[in-house]
Design a protein around this ligand. Structure first.
Ligand SMILES: [Fe+2]
Length: 320
């Protein structure tokens, strides 16, 4: 459903008034019916279009997603990440992904799916469907803004630090691995810390670490809009290494941007919270798999009893 518009502008500066922002993000349903070219190639049947709760100038508007603001004012990360960078990165690039996804999904079955489900459906085993890049980039940027905070950086603590020490040897080694992943991602992309607790055969993508044990932390990098959701990993932290993330502040010095991100911006509190959620998700899955296994065993066991009973009957009739 469409979130209240006030949320979309709560932490912003004067990039747009609430009403103009809304209108920019939610093109009219009627106007889009004739321009659904790429989305029409998707093979999902249409469902009833949801109506927006708001009206703009008396005309009903529809939208699936709105531009979610960073959880801090656009100048809050200065001097490490400038307000100007946020104005372009969030206000232009992130906004563009939202606009494009809404155009591509309006009137298709996709507009009733969650962002995560759209990402998985349109990844399409690597043969990307048109909405994938826009959907994944919205998710990635929401996640990226929440991976930072004013006064961030430093070192994690508690269980997160324990797992980092266990899985990377030390915090310093982990930082080097993440730094290296971010620096060596050729062209545009992302570097991630993720909790790997998935089935080895994810069915949708080539698992980048199929031989690694589950229930551990991993560092991975991904090109363009790809994110660890398609490998069924639980992302915990990301660094955006598209040039638009750092060029205004650091020009071509990606390494300096990565250092500042890790030393001054990263929110280890956010990462710790995500770790809790990832572990809970993994435990829930494990319980579900155990439950299914027990049910299968019970079914098999019931079948065996039935077979013995039938055989006995058959023996009796032969005797008669
Ligand atoms: Fe970006």
């Amino acid at each position: 459903m469409v979130a209240p518009v006030a949320v979309a502008v709560a932490a912003t500066t004067a990039l747009a008034t609430p009403s103009s922002l809304t209108c920019a993000l939610v093109p009219s349903w009627q106007g889009l019916r004739g321009s659904l070219g790429p989305a029409r190639s998707l093979q999902w049947p249409k469902k009833q279009q949801r109506q927006c709760r708001r009206k703009a100038g008396g005309t009903s508007v529809t939208a699936q997603f709105e531009l979610k603001p960073p959880p801090y004012p656009l100048d809050a990360l200065e001097p490490h990440m400038s307000k100007e960078t946020l104005e372009y990165h969030w206000g232009k690039h992130h906004r563009g992904y939202v606009d494009n996804l809404n155009k591509l999904t309006a009137g298709t079955e996709l507009d009733e799916l969650s962002l995560e489900d759209i990402i998985l459906a349109t990844y399409n085993k690597g043969d990307l469907l048109p909405p994938f890049n826009h959907a994944a980039q919205i998710w990635n940027h929401d996640f990226f803004w929440e991976s930072m905070k004013p006064g961030g950086g430093g070192k994690p603590s508690g269980e997160l630090l324990e797992l980092i020490n266990r899985d990377f040897g030390s915090f310093e080694r982990f930082v080097e691995e993440l730094r290296s992943a971010a620096a060596t991602q050729f062209g545009s992309g992302w570097a991630w810390l993720a909790y790997k607790a998935n089935r080895l055969d994810v069915g949708n993508a080539v698992n980048p670490k199929p031989s690694d044990e589950d229930k551990r932390l991993v560092v991975v990098k991904s090109p363009n809009a790809v994110n660890p959701l398609i490998w069924d990993y639980s992302p915990l932290l990301t660094i955006d290494v598209w040039e638009h993330a750092y060029y205004l502040d650091f020009q071509n010095r990606r390494a300096d941007y990565i250092s500042i991100f890790l030393e001054k911006l990263v929110s280890w509190e956010a990462v710790s919270s995500r770790l809790e959620i990832a572990k809970a998700r993994a435990a829930e899955r494990e319980e579900e798999e155990e439950r299914k296994k027990r049910e299968e065993e019970e079914k098999t066991s019931d079948g065996e009893v039935e077979e013995i009973y039938v055989d006995k009957k058959s023996d009796d009739s032969e005797t008669e």
